[in-house]
Write a protein that binds this ligand. Structure first.
Ligand SMILES: C[S@@+](CC[C@H](N)C(=O)[O-])C[C@H]1O[C@@H](n2cnc3c(N)ncnc32)[C@H](O)[C@@H]1O
Length: 385
């Protein structure tokens, strides 16, 4: 078939009757403009244009053939990573025709990718996180604590700094003059970059202060770019929470000063030296379904609902940390949160088999972070009892 994506599946281990049944039923059961199949021993060749995967699964389920053949015939189509969706069907061909750029690779080369990170001077020599900082919650000012760590020892930093909104933290004043705020934040971030491995990732959850017109996420982005990190992605964390303000005083239903409403925060992801991270495939713990869903960079996750219980005013939910950790780190990696608060990052890192280091200036929050890890451990032990 013209204009179809052809994929082949080695069928040598299946009974010929089952293979022919699959091929014939598929050709009779689906329009050939969607999918067709032929048997060219020892392979089954599928010609794919578009397919409703639920219907395909139900079709396979009804066939009187061996389960292994059903599973493989589904998996071989499902694992195709490049497609778009239209009315519930996956489109395997033609979906990006209008976006085609002739000679794309040479144009990319001519432009130069992430030119702003050229000449970064980062050392490629990575070291292990020292044992005395492994799986620790440290109560300290991060600037001082991070100075104790060697260069290039952390695989992933995931953090949410104080946003300077004026929240009532236990041991941090949250309404500084903006110059002072960015100065202190960037001093700590510079140390974070130093301790990050070559190829390591720095993921920052941040919300701009809309009411003061301070685009904190852009300012952090500018800082990272000046420091020659590579911008990897921006995730929109859709919290689906609304507040009521709609306009500045005296400008209701007028273009004079509408007040835009935001129900999301950002996660900005930067890399040190390389977009690709070293790690063994057997240490990747993200499932196929999670991967397909989470690479779509808009994540709908409810805000943390137990902040009162944990005694912290500005936590992110475990579900957010779980996605960041599974998508951007391997099992066994060293994960740092320099503003660890009540320990969401470290609790999730421990649960997912990463090594962790959490730093917070508040003894009270550190105690909560340690308790969460103890609670995790107790649950893990009782699961194996
Ligand atoms: C937005 S909260 C992080 C909350 C955390 N993500 C959670 O889910 O629990 C920011 C944290 O930074 C801490 N902090 C502020 N300045 C700090 C500093 N210089 N060093 C270490 N921690 C600091 C505050 O105590 C606060 O807990």
């Amino acid at each position: 078939m013209e204009n179809a994506k052809i994929i082949s599946m080695d069928a040598s281990r299946y009974a010929p009757d089952d293979i022919l049944c699959l091929v014939n039923e598929l050709n009779g059961g689906f329009p050939s403009k969607d999918i067709s199949a032929k048997y060219v021993a020892p392979e089954i060749q599928f010609a794919l244009v578009q397919l409703d995967m639920k219907k395909y699964a139900a079709f396979l389920d009804r066939l009187s053939i061996g389960d292994e053949l059903k599973k493989e015939a589904y998996a071989v189509v499902d694992k195709i990573g490049s497609y778009s969706m239209n009315g519930g069907k996956r489109l395997f061909v033609g979906y990006n025709a209008e976006r085609k750029v002739a000679d794309r690779k040479s144009k990319e080369k001519q432009r130069g990718k992430y030119f702003y990170a050229d000449g970064n001077g980062f050392s490629k020599i990575n070291v292990d996180l020292p044992a005395e900082y492994t799986n620790r919650i440290v109560c300290a000012d991060s600037l001082a604590a991070l100075k104790e760590l060697p260069d290039n020892c952390i695989d992933l930093i995931f953090t949410s700094p104080p946003y300077n909104f004026g929240l009532e933290y236990d041991a941090h004043a949250d309404a500084m003059d903006w110059d002072q705020y960015f100065h202190s934040l960037f001093e700590i971030f510079r140390e974070c970059i130093r301790v990050l491995k070559y190829g390591g990732r720095f993921a920052v959850n941040v919300q701009p202060l809309y009411s003061d017109y301070i685009p904190i996420h852009h300012m952090i982005g500018n800082f990272f770019i000046k420091e020659k990190l590579i911008w990897k992605s921006e995730i929109l964390w859709e919290k689906n929470n609304y507040n009521c303000k709609m306009c500045s005083y005296g400008s209701w239903k007028s273009p004079s000063s509408p007040y835009m409403k935001y129900t999301w925060e950002y996660i900005e992801i930067y890399c040190k030296g390389d977009l690709k991270k070293a790690g063994s495939p057997e240490n990747a713990d993200i499932t196929e379904e999670e991967f397909k869903s989470w690479v779509v960079a808009k994540w709908s996750i409810a805000p943390e609902r137990h902040m009162k219980e944990y005694g912290h005013p500005a936590m992110f939910p475990e579900a957010l940390a779980e996605r960041v950790l599974k998508l951007f780190s391997f099992k066994g990696d060293a994960v740092l949160d320099p503003f660890n608060g009540a320990g969401t990052t470290t609790a999730v890192a421990q649960r997912l088999g990463r090594r962790y280091l959490g730093i917070d200036i508040s003894e009270e929050y550190c105690a909560t972070a340690r308790k969460r890890i103890e609670d995790n451990r107790r649950t893990q032990v009782s699961l194996f009892d």
